[in-house]
Write a protein that binds this ligand. Structure first.
Ligand code: SF4
Length: 220
């Protein structure tokens, strides 16, 4: 994490290579509005994006607005999102969030981090996802499990706490890269730098990667 010229050059190489490997990387949650992305991101906690994408079309058809979600019978909401796990808490968060959107923001999703994290069930990660992906506002770096793990392996952070990892990444990356870098690391984590067995021998980042914490030796 040193801020030497060499380290800055290494980070720049990582950013460039990830852009070459994943030029079109983006959020894999389906959404047609900032509200849909906000709700989908709440649902994606401890759940795959694929599963969320299965559940949301029917949910948004039945409850297309923040006002409709705010007034939905809670048991009905729970049933609609049950397969995403932790459905009671998620239903409570979605309803609380939508009630505040209606009360304070005319049913619209606000565009600042401060206003977003003030909504029930919305943390910094969800706020960064919505601002970055729905509005193109680089408010921070989205740190999910892939981004955290790969940032450690790449030697970009020694932290394990998502907020500290995000601070380390924000300090080292140009602001214009914050949104794309996160999407690209998520793609890289799914395809190459896999949690259990990273495919280092075929990884295009290997040249600049210290492989921190990776036990498997490279094949000779
Ligand atoms: S070289 Fe290995 S540890 Fe480093 S980013 Fe690539 S797959 Fe991950």
């Amino acid at each position: 994490m040193a801020s030497s010229t060499a380290e800055k050059g290494r980070v720049a190489q990582l950013v460039r290579q990830l852009a070459r490997d994943y030029p079109d990387a983006t959020c894999s949650l389906d959404f047609k509005s900032p509200l849909q992305l906000l709700i989908s991101t709440i649902l994606s906690a401890q759940c795959t994006d694929e599963r969320v994408n299965i559940v949301t079309p029917a949910l948004f058809k039945k409850y297309p607005t923040a006002a409709a979600l705010a007034k939905a019978p809670i048991a009905d909401l729970e049933k609609a999102i049950q397969s995403t796990g932790f459905f009671r808490n998620k239903a409570k968060s979605i309803q609380g969030c939508c009630q505040k959107l209606v009360a304070d923001h005319k049913g619209q999703v606000p565009r600042t981090l401060e206003e977003l994290v003030d909504l029930p069930g919305v943390g910094r990660k969800t706020a960064n996802v919505v601002l970055g992906t729905a509005f193109g506002i680089p408010s921070g770096v989205v740190v999910d499990t892939h981004v955290g793990r790969i940032s450690q392996r790449l030697g970009l952070t020694t932290a394990t706490d998502a907020v500290k990892i995000e601070q380390n990444l924000m300090a080292q990356l140009p602001k214009k890269e914050w949104i794309a870098f996160s999407h690209r690391l998520i793609f890289h984590g799914r395809q190459v730098c896999i949690a259990r067995k990273p495919k280092c021998e075929s990884c295009h980042l290997l040249k600049w990667c210290p492989r921190v914490g990776v036990k498997e030796p490279l094949p000779r």
